[in-house]
Design a protein around this ligand. Structure first.
Ligand SMILES: *Cc1c(COP(=O)(O)O)cnc(C)c1O
Length: 398
């Protein structure tokens, strides 16, 4: 079948919950993707900040193949070796004390919310605890995660959400304080907001939240699903800020393409929250997924992925700043590490479509922002290549 026929078939069979770009991707190699017609694309999306190691990484692929031949799934009633190894490496990378593996980011946030509520429940026996979340945040599409997602448009048709959620503004400490009551059990936020527009929290804001949480025994939850796994030049963004959460969630690049996430607890929360029977998952932490996690951590070290982010990110920032200075339609650039946003004064859809035609894959974050979340193994030459394609697209659309 031709690409067009697959697209028609997909539109006939799949539920239309996405307005997809009109290409069928077939294979990948390094930082490039190829569609069914063999057309090559430079990928600055990485499957939405997932494929950190680049496509067709031989060592990663072989680790998965070996695990497939050995054991794919067991259930959580038994122990398995890859889960033990992956948990150990994830603990070390995150600085957290206990790991629960999930199948996705949203599910990791569900677990984080449950752990926070259980912690509060064990303290006072009440069931009316409140959580503070941020406007413009994104935490996923399941009910708990959606309930703390600060985008009313995503929530409206699906009300009622889980109760007792209050919203405040990122980087506005007073707006958080004004939402705190004696029922507040947790504050959840992304250290760098992704979907909401690539908005980094300030260090001052996070430090004040940490102090507030310490004072009132409120749990600080960081959703590091997008900004974690090396993206900001640190394994986890909290390390960049020097502000450690009580609960942390991770997914996206954690398995580099195999669906896996995790929520992690500090010792204090782990000892006073979820116990046997409180939470579970059939697939979560299965040997195939955790073999991927384990290999990803090995490869991050062997391929010096974080060093590469620290080396290439300033160059990407410099080149994006040059674009922002050159074109009136660009308002500003913001972000952290290899998680950058170019904020336009106009919708960016036409620019992204033009770029796709010219062989560059980009994504938006909201209508006016182009988001750059490339594989973490990109080079400065890839950045130059990207700019060479993007600049004329901006000119043509302007
Ligand atoms: C993508 C994302 C999620 C949701 O993850 P899924 O795997 O799509 O459920 C949650 N939080 C943040 C910050 C994300 O970027």
């Amino acid at each position: 079948m031709m690409m067009k026929e697959y697209i028609e078939q997909a539109e006939a069979d799949l539920l239309h919950t996405y307005n997809r770009y009109q290409i069928v991707l077939d294979k990948g190699d390094g930082v490039n993707l190829y569609d069914l017609d063999g057309k090559k694309y430079l990928d600055f999306c990485a499957g939405i900040a997932v494929f950190a190691l680049g496509y067709h990484n031989e060592a990663y692929n072989n680790a998965l193949k070996d695990q497939i031949d050995k054991l794919i799934h067991t259930s959580n009633y038994y122990y398995n070796v890859p889960a033990v190894e992956a948990a150990k490496k994830l603990k070390k990378a995150s600085g957290m004390d206990r790991v629960f593996f999930t199948n996705s980011g949203a599910e990791a946030n569900e677990g984080a919310i449950k752990a926070a509520r259980k912690y509060a429940f064990l303290k006072d026996g009440c069931t009316d605890h409140e959580i503070i979340a941020m406007n413009h945040s994104f935490h996923g599409r399941t009910y708990g995660a959606l309930s703390v997602t600060g985008n009313p448009h995503y929530r409206e048709a699906f009300e009622p959400m889980i109760g007792n959620i209050r919203f405040a503004d990122l980087n506005d400490y007073e707006s958080v304080v004004s939402q705190v009551t004696d029922k507040t059990c947790a504050i959840i936020l992304e250290p760098v907001q992704g979907e909401g527009g690539v908005f980094p929290a300030t260090e001052e804001f996070l430090k004040k939240l940490r102090a507030l949480c310490d004072e009132k025994d409120i749990l600080l939850i960081f959703d590091e699903i997008q900004c974690g796994m090396g993206r900001t030049g640190y394994m986890y963004a909290w390390q960049r800020y020097g502000v450690k959460p009580d609960i942390m969630t991770t997914a996206k690049a954690l398995g580099c393409g195999v669906p896996v996430g995790a929520f992690l607890l500090s010792g204090k929360v782990a000892e006073h929250s979820l116990v046997a029977g409180d939470h579970g998952t059939t697939y979560g932490g299965n040997p195939l997924a955790t073999a991927a996690v384990s290999k990803v951590f090995d490869l991050f070290e062997e391929e010096k992925v974080i060093e590469n982010v620290r080396n290439v990110a300033p160059y990407l920032e410099e080149k994006l700043d040059e674009l922002a200075a050159k074109y009136d339609c660009i308002e500003t650039r913001r972000g952290a590490g290899l998680m950058q946003g170019l904020v336009f004064k106009c919708p960016v859809g036409p620019i992204i479509n033009k770029a796709l035609e010219k062989g560059l894959i980009l994504i938006n974050a909201g209508t006016n922002i182009i988001r750059f979340v490339p594989p973490l193994v990109i080079t400065k030459e890839n950045v130059d290549e990207m700019i060479q394609i993007l600049a004329p697209c901006i000119e043509e659309v302007m």
